[in-house]
Design a protein around this ligand. Structure first.
Ligand code: C5P
Length: 391
């Protein structure tokens, strides 16, 4: 879900977390969104409007009377209104229908999407009045991100810290995405596995984890409840996704089987190591001129689940060297997968480490070859196909 050309109204209220909102405005603008900021008087005590004007490249609004219609047009023109930080006072005003400044007046005129990122001391956050106000707004369709537990302005370690900027960005993307996977449970595997020879050496496959992480992120944005089971990957886990870190194929198998209940779709992008040493030595093996390893095949997780009577929709990945689809087509059948995604790791811009991929989606009676695109776009394109199977 790209933020390019999306119109965002950012409401900023009085909290020490205002400095994070400057970064949020900057990141949204960098990603091509058109950002308009409304500041309350209290917010201006923490940061000057100039900071937001530089970050958003737009004039900051705060005077209700500067333009008599701004309280209607600002909200009506926006794809989403985001209030970050949302103070206890502002949440109380929104819930009570008080419209005594530009932001609270805008919030009363919002008919579209609105997201609140509360920030306050834990005593205020846990106060029943604040909770009642927040729950009322949520029952009316407003969305909430955070707050988190962490170090508060008062020095205490507790709930109340505004969600971090990447998490707010994810929440905005999710709010703007079509929720076609809402209520669905999706499990994604990613990254390589490690099969240990001894405590310091292992056999592994090449995989950055980027494709699987992009799929997990895209599914989460589209409303799915996502579990990402990953071997040691080179990228950070996405926000708002259950993350299970594993190392070996056996551990990945166990984690995936443990998550199959109620799972609608299993997407296995993991580059599972094909062989594992027959025995793992307890101590580091002495170096010698040569070493003979006895290997056994790792459990084929995809094939095992493919053979089950009751199973989720199964999507496998087949990384190949060369453009020939026949091996991927054969694997789809042999492993019992519904879809097999082929990618030629030798093709420029495809495969390991890079942020782009060129994939071909193989189904029983359909083959779709997609052009080179970002892994985020490829993830959405795959989910578009997947959604036709589960709706
Ligand atoms: O046979 P190959 O490794 O090419 O198959 C790729 C697909 O099978 C991927 O979806 C991968 O995650 C899955 N796989 C598996 N267990 C293995 C090997 C591969 O689930 N031991």
């Amino acid at each position: 879900m790209a933020l390019k050309n999306r119109k965002i109204l950012l409401g900023v209220t009085g909290s020490i977390a205002v400095h994070k909102a400057v970064d949020l405005a900057r990141r949204l603008t960098e990603q091509g969104a058109s950002v308009h900021v409304v500041m309350t008087d209290a917010a201006k005590k923490f940061v000057t409007p100039l900071s937001f004007e530089v970050a958003s490249q737009n004039k900051v609004h705060s005077d209700m009377f500067a333009d008599p219609l701004s309280h209607i047009t600002l909200a009506a023109d926006a794809d989403i209104v985001v209030v970050a930080p949302a103070s206890a006072n502002s949440i109380g005003k929104f819930a009570g229908g008080i419209a005594d400044d530009l932001l609270s007046t805008c919030m009363l005129s919002v008919t579209g999407k609105a997201l609140l990122a509360p920030a306050m001391n834990w005593r205020m956050y846990e106060n029943g009045v604040l909770q009642r106000n927040l729950q009322f707004l949520i029952s009316r369709g407003m969305l909430q991100v955070g707050p988190e537990r962490g170090s508060l302005a008062c020095g205490e370690e507790a709930i109340g810290r505004m969600a971090d900027v990447p998490e707010i960005l994810e929440a905005i993307r999710a709010a703007l995405s079509e929720q076609d996977f809402s209520g669905r449970k999706i499990v994604v595997t990613a990254g390589p596995t490690r099969e240990y020879i001894d405590p310091v050496r292992f056999i592994s496959n090449r995989s950055s984890g980027k494709m699987g992480f992009a799929i997990a992120r895209a599914a989460m944005r589209r409303g799915a409840t996502v579990t990402l089971v990953s071997g040691p990957a080179q990228v950070n886990p996405p926000c708002r996704v259950e993350f299970i870190a594993v190392e070996t194929a056996a551990a990945m198998r166990e984690a995936v089987l443990g998550k199959l209940h109620d799972c609608a779709v299993l997407i296995m992008t993991a580059a599972v190591a094909d062989f594992s040493p027959l025995r793992r030595e307890d101590k580091k093996v002495d170096k010698s001129d040569s070493l003979t390893l006895n290997l056994k095949k790792t459990p084929d997780i995809l094939a095992e689940i493919g053979a089950m009577k009751q199973r989720p929709l199964l999507v496998g990945f087949s990384a190949e060297t060369g453009a020939d689809l026949s091996r991927a087509k054969r694997k789809r059948k042999e492993k019992g997968a519904d879809l097999m995604v082929f990618n030629n790791v030798e093709s420029p811009g495809s495969g390991f480490d890079v942020d782009t991929n060129e994939i071909t989606i193989i189904e029983a009676d359909n083959v779709t070859t997609l052009p080179l695109m970002t892994k985020d776009e490829a993830a959405d394109a795959l989910l578009d196909r997947v959604s036709t199977f589960i709706s």
